[in-house]
Design a protein around this ligand. Sequence first.
Ligand SMILES: [Zn+2]
Length: 221
Amino acid sequence: MSPEARRQAAAEGDGAPRIERVTDARIPTDLGVFRLHLFEIADDPQDHLALVLGHLGDGEDVLVRVHSACFTGEVLGSRRCDCGEQLAGAMERVAAEGRGAILYLNQEGRGIGLREKLRAYNLQDEGLDTVDANLALGHGADERDYSVAATILRHLGVRSVRLMTNNPAKIDSLEARGIAVRERVPLLVPVTAENAPYLRTKAAKLRHLLGPRAGRSGGEA
Ligand SMILES: [Zn+2]
């Protein structure tokens, strides 16, 4: 463990997972010059990333997206889901503000991995929705773990966030781990024939908020 990681672990006290920033690098994009940080976290076989723009300063009210990897949506532009558009939208908002962070968590397919996600797609093509397909394969409806997000945010010095999300589970998870969520910033994508069933299921079964209302508790009423 590096001296920096040891100091961080000590600051977080016992019980918090050990986190180490392995390296970081400059990533120039059409939207601006980001810095990509790569983290290793105790007992987690995956590396996780944070794409940061500007100086996070006092760590208050930082515009943040907690994003889960989606090879099919982001790299291939698959229309089955809205991940590619959500990632691009989050980068655009952070760039417009000149300050913010996008956490990129390696938990493909709501945590079941690419192999099982592709199997779930076949079940969806036979008529199951995205939740029932995962359940039919013996998985939970959503196996993602957002505790790593709070650990990374703390390491970056972030104390409070304006969270770009439609998913109340992410808000609850960050707040339970000591990161204040000051505002929810909706990330809405255009509905198409291909993604409509997926978006409907996320709203109906996974409590996602797909209306335009923003605010700390917007849409929950
Ligand atoms: Zn996706």
